[in-house]
Design a binder for this molecule. Structure first.
Ligand code: PLP
Length: 366
């Protein structure tokens, strides 16, 4: 069976480092907001080059606490994509703001600049750009659009650890970047975790209080915060795993490179890849085909697991009736949801696994 993720196939040295981290915390007697969290925040800041980092409980909280810190709330609109993990939308609704969905580009499934422009109204306060599948693209254009519109640019980096444009790591092009360390992400914990990152030290300091009941000094509360602390145990695991991420990203790119070069089945089209290797970390390798469900069944028959990211776009979710959209609709997002399929692309795949996936796809009759 070739799986979408295979944690047990990870190198034994990494397993040993993770177990050593668990033991270190268990024997430290310090379990919440201690030296491991501070140590990981510093390591993640130096690895990304983003000056200020605060660990939080998950990626959703990194987004919603950031929106709260920016003062986004009831009556405000936040534009984002319907083709994302639903957490992106929940961050907006959790602060009482109104999500407005713009359409995606067909070639990349990333937000369309023209569609976002059509979705801006006088009430728009922010744009959440999702670096979907691990790709960072056209950041100077997005920065300029948000500056001209007078709205905050927010980056959802839950899928894009390590992705850079022109040498700049994602998460620092706008007001803040939100990272998730859910186990399947490119940098994952042994449970939940997240990070709020920004070049703005005051904003990060505010989120650092919000994650801990909004308290500034012990039992003194300046804000109505949340309980969104990163555990010492998860921070220690993340520090160990951070040492491996560059190697894992290289392997993801190698696998994606083979798929791009060797997938030749006419009815199966990979999404557009960037010219610069740095822009994409291939959290997911996504193809589209008009016969998606048949392809999924064909691959399953060859022992290859695939997944759909995402089968139901946000505007078709029952939890979100009558959501506001680009007035011209979300046709590309609807089409993508019906035709996209994610192939296995994790760093534990062997060359032989990759060859098996390629020959299985290439033998798909359509
Ligand atoms: C995973 C993910 C999130 C949410 O992260 P959690 O840590 O699960 O809260 C948000 N946005 C995107 C694009 C994601 O992939």
């Amino acid at each position: 069976m070739i799986r979408m993720n295979d944690f047990l196939a990870e190198p034994p040295e990494l397993r040993a480092a993770v177990v050593a981290a668990l033991t270190r915390v268990a024997e430290s007697g310090y379990y919440v907001l201690g030296p491991e969290v501070r140590g990981f925040e510093e390591k993640f800041a130096s690895w990304t080059g983003i000056p200020h980092v605060t660990g939080v409980a998950n990626g959703l909280d990194a987004l919603s606490l950031g929106l709260q810190a920016l003062g986004v709330g009831p009556g405000d609109e936040v534009i984002t994509t319907p083709m994302t993990a639903f957490a992106t939308i929940l961050a907006i609704t959790q602060v009482g703001a109104t999500p407005v969905l713009a359409d995606i580009d067909e070639g990349t499934a990333l937000l369309s600049l023209e569609s976002v422009q059509r979705a801006i109204t006088p009430r728009t306060k922010a744009l959440i750009l999702v670096h979907l599948y691990g790709q960072v693209k056209n950041m100077p254009q997005w920065v300029e659009l948000c500056e001209q519109a007078g709205i905050h640019l927010i980056e959802d980096c839950a899928q894009s650890h390590g992705a850079k444009e022109n040498g700049v790591h994602c998460g620092q092009f706008g007001a803040f970047g939100a990272f998730s360390f859910y186990p399947t992400k490119n940098l994952g914990a042994l449970g939940d975790g997240g990070a709020f990152c920004s070049t703005d030290s005051d904003l990060v300091a505010t989120v650092a209080t919000l994650r801990n009941y909004g308290q500034t000094d012990r039992y003194h509360h300046d804000h109505l915060g949340a309980n969104s602390r990163l555990d010492e145990i998860q921070a220690a695991v993340l520090s160990a795993r951070l040492s491996w991420i560059d190697q894992f990203t290289r392997r993801r790119r190698e696998i994606a490179g083979r798929y791009l070069a060797e997938l030749t089945s006419p009815p199966v089209t990979p999404l557009d890849s960037p010219k610069q290797l740095d822009n994409h970390v291939y959290h997911l390798f996504v193809v589209t085909t008009p016969h998606r469900d048949k392809l999924m069944g064909h691959l399953a028959g060859d022992g290859i697991e695939t997944l759909i990211h995402y089968p139901v776009p946000a505007h078709r979710q029952r939890a979100l009736p009558n959501v506001a959209t680009d007035p011209q609709g979300l046709g590309n997002a609807d089409r993508h949801a019906e035709t996209c399929l994610s192939l296995p692309c994790h760093p534990g795949l062997t060359d032989d696994d990759v060859s098996q996936v390629i020959s299985a796809v290439n033998s798909f009759p359509g």
